[in-house]
Design a protein around this ligand. Structure first.
Ligand code: ATR
Length: 268
């Protein structure tokens, strides 16, 4: 009998995770199947217990359930600090992890960019920014956070520790010393195609510019990076790598990243 895996969220119809993970299972000849489940926030506890009782192999958790899951299950220390779970393992109880930050780190590694001791500037202070700020700081990066609402950046910075948080008004000064710029805001995402917080004239050619937005694949921010001679990195690989790290947690098997990437690119 096939083992069932899945992703829970609301809305969930457009999730690329089923296509990505089913391609991985098929490529490795694993007798497993991955489905999307629409679950309301108030039903998450029941859904997780049901999945455990039915022998699910593992779950991804997405918007708006990532923070809700924290209060319901045992969480590993990094996910607890981030305050959000995106991966659940059922092998020993019900345990939550967060692979979003490591997904971003692997995306940069894949592009030949090491984050250790590098100056990283995160735009935004929402869920993606939290995951990246905590994970990157633990991995040895020097992190700054800039957000439209400066208070949110400062609050997150204080939580992470050894991190500066400020508003968008000091971007110019900060960008001069930045090695890696990461946009975690929704600016530039369909239907706001063409919007950007940072333009080419503010960038330098040694800069890496990573946009977590992957819809469109080449955002205005990445076009500006190209124009400045900086290194553009698309957010689609973060989706692939957060999934690959979840796959590794669930199965203990090395994830077929190339297969997962191909499946996602074909589906886009
Ligand atoms: P997520 O959890 O997906 O990261 P979120 O919590 O909704 O998303 O956060 C969205 C981020 O995009 C926030 O940092 C938000 O800034 P505010 O905290 O000031 O709201 C940022 N953002 C959204 N629209 C923006 C815009 N037009 N200009 C600048 N920042 C914007």
């Amino acid at each position: 009998m096939k083992q069932v895996f899945g992703v829970m969220g609301d809305p969930i119809a457009h999730s690329l995770s089923p296509i990505m993970h089913n391609a991985a299972f098929e490529a490795l000849g694993m007798d497993c199947t991955f489905h999307a489940f629409r679950v309301k926030q108030e039903d998450l506890g029941d859904a997780l217990k049901g999945a455990k009782a039915m022998g699910f192999g593992g779950l991804n958790i997405t918007v708006p359930l990532k923070e809700t899951a924290i209060g319901l299950i045992e969480t590993d220390p990094l996910a607890a600090r981030i305050g959000a779970v995106n991966t659940i393992d059922f092998r020993d109880g019900i345990k939550g992890y967060n692979t979003d930050g490591i997904g971003a780190q692997k995306t940069l590694e894949d592009a030949g960019v090491d984050i250790q001791d590098r100056n990283v500037l995160i735009l935004g202070a929402g869920g993606a920014a939290r995951a990246i700020a905590f994970t990157f700081t633990e991995a040895g990066a020097k992190v700054n956070i800039a957000n439209r609402t400066p208070e949110r950046a400062m609050t997150l910075a204080a939580e992470v520790g050894n991190v500066n948080g400020f508003g968008l008004d000091v971007l110019d000064r900060c960008l001069k010393d930045t090695d890696i710029l990461i946009n975690t805001t929704t600016v530039g995402m369909d239907p706001c195609i063409g919007d950007t917080i940072v333009t080419a004239d503010q960038m330098h050619s040694d800069l890496t510019v990573f946009d977590v937005v992957y819809n469109p694949l080449k955002t205005r921010l990445l076009q500006e990076a190209e124009a400045a001679g900086a290194k553009p990195v698309t957010g689609i690989m973060m989706l692939v790598y957060q999934g690959a790290e979840a796959f590794r947690i669930w199965t203990g098997v090395e994830p077929p990243v190339d297969v997962m990437k191909k499946a996602v690119m074909e589906a886009l």
